[in-house]
Design a protein around this ligand. Structure first.
Ligand SMILES: Nc1ncnc2c1ncn2[C@@H]1O[C@H](COP(=O)(O)OP(=O)(O)OP(=O)(O)O)[C@@H](O)[C@H]1O
Length: 224
């Protein structure tokens, strides 16, 4: 199966206040359609790793490949393009623009990529909203919808450019168990039916236990 994400010998040091070796020789691959979670105690380096994998942090040692392309060492502009095109993000807090409509929020990453007309983008955004059963919310402003709906809108937004991988940082951290299960089911369906890869940092054991693979971290290393 095609490899979507590969981390090879990733090491990261924070230099202040004192030199701190935060990530220690991290190696793993995520295949097409794989749904993996990252677990580990607070402070073990999960967010630091996700920040590197998402191409936001370029200050690390080792090599990172996205769809077999070496992304380590690429310039910021190209990284921004790759991130927008191939990676969808879902966070604990949805970061929707509250005064914009739901539809406008979902369209934003596609407008930034600027590879399609406004009409095509709107059509795609409606398709994503339909897929997530929230197309009836399209014209509402983001501040007018519930927490669970906001997270589904954030997922639609993450999907708008048809990414290869969704990266999540505690995507169910702010949801009740009903909505958390709903988000899990959406992710599961995206991986098994659409071949999307997912890599989700979570403290939620129930969520992690249902994913294809748990990457367990401890003290800056992958334990299993
Ligand atoms: N900018 C920074 N400078 C120095 N140390 C940092 C910096 N950011 C994080 N750290 C330290 O690096 C370690 C890993 O932090 P990180 O946020 O990656 O952990 P985490 O596993 O995501 O934790 P949590 O589950 O609490 O979110 C922690 O000890 C943290 O204090």
């Amino acid at each position: 199966m095609h490899t979507v994400l590969e981390a090879k010998h990733i090491n990261k040091y924070f230099k202040k206040p004192v030199l701190f070796h935060v990530l220690k020789d991290i190696n793993f691959t995520i295949k097409k359609g794989e749904f993996a979670s990252i677990m580990g105690k607070s402070g073990c380096g999960k967010s630091t790793l996700l920040y590197i994998l998402s191409t936001m942090d370029t200050d690390y040692e080792g090599e990172l490949f996205l769809n077999n392309e070496l992304i380590t060492g690429q310039d910021r502009q190209h990284l921004s393009y790759l991130r927008n095109k191939h990676i969808g993000f879902v966070f604990q807090f949805h970061y929707l623009l509250s005064e914009f409509t739901v539809l406008e929020n979902v369209m934003l990453p596609a407008r930034k990529l600027a590879e399609k007309s406004a009409q095509e983008i709107e059509h795609d955004a409606m398709q994503k909203l339909k897929m997530l059963n929230i197309d009836h919310l399209a014209k509402k402003r983001a501040l007018q919808v519930s927490g669970g709906e906001k997270q589904r809108i954030a997922i639609a937004r993450a999907l708008i450019n048809n990414p290869s991988i969704i990266m999540g940082d505690e995507p169910t951290g702010n949801l009740d168990s009903y909505n958390a299960e709903n988000v899990f089911n959406i992710f599961k369906q995206l991986s098994s039916e659409e071949g999307l890869s997912l890599l989700v940092v979570t403290h939620d054991e129930d969520f992690a236990n249902k994913t294809d693979r748990i990457i367990q971290m401890g003290d800056g290393k992958i334990i299993t």
